[in-house]
Design a protein around this ligand. Structure first.
Ligand code: ZN
Length: 151
């Protein structure tokens, strides 16, 4: 496994639309492993492929230590409720923003074995799913934050 360089705001790659993954190759598996290592080393709870310069629809989320969701071609298939809270991003270091998100979010994605699965997240996990999936369409949370703060 290798730690990857995290791209920071201002880098064009963060604003690009990512392509779907049509085949899970050894390269994709290595990327998933590297993204998990990079996310943990940076003390983050999620990381999307464009944040490491790869324009593919892949993200990893780990809100509860040890429980990692590998999201290949993820899409939100259901959501409900509303929450408002603080959000940060490894690509926007030292800043925080208040963002409105659904309280419950169901995501359909493929795992590294090629199996399609669904997972429903609540509260922080729902927020993380929304945040990471937005990265795949070149969106950053600062676009929808109602206020921003420095650390
Ligand atoms: Zn982010």
């Amino acid at each position: 496994m290798a730690k990857l360089q995290i791209r920071k705001i201002g880098d064009d790659v963060l604003r690009k639309h990512c392509r779907p993954v049509d085949e899970i190759t050894p390269r994709i598996i290595t990327l998933l492993d590297d993204m998990i290592e990079t996310m943990r080393a940076a003390d983050g709870c999620g990381l999307a492929a464009p944040q490491v310069g790869i324009l593919r629809r892949i993200a990893v989320v780990e809100v509860e230590p040890g429980v990692v969701f590998e999201l290949i071609n993820p899409k939100i298939v259901a959501f409900s409720g509303e929450q408002e809270g603080r959000e940060g991003c490894l690509s926007v270091p030292g800043r925080w923003g208040i963002v409105k998100r659904p309280l419950h979010v169901t995501v359909e994605a493929t795992n590294r074995k090629g199996q399609v699965y669904q997972v429903t997240g609540h509260e922080l996990l729902a927020r993380a799913f929304c945040h990471e999936i937005e990265h795949l369409d070149g969106k950053l949370y600062i676009d929808s934050a109602t206020s921003m703060d420095e650390d």
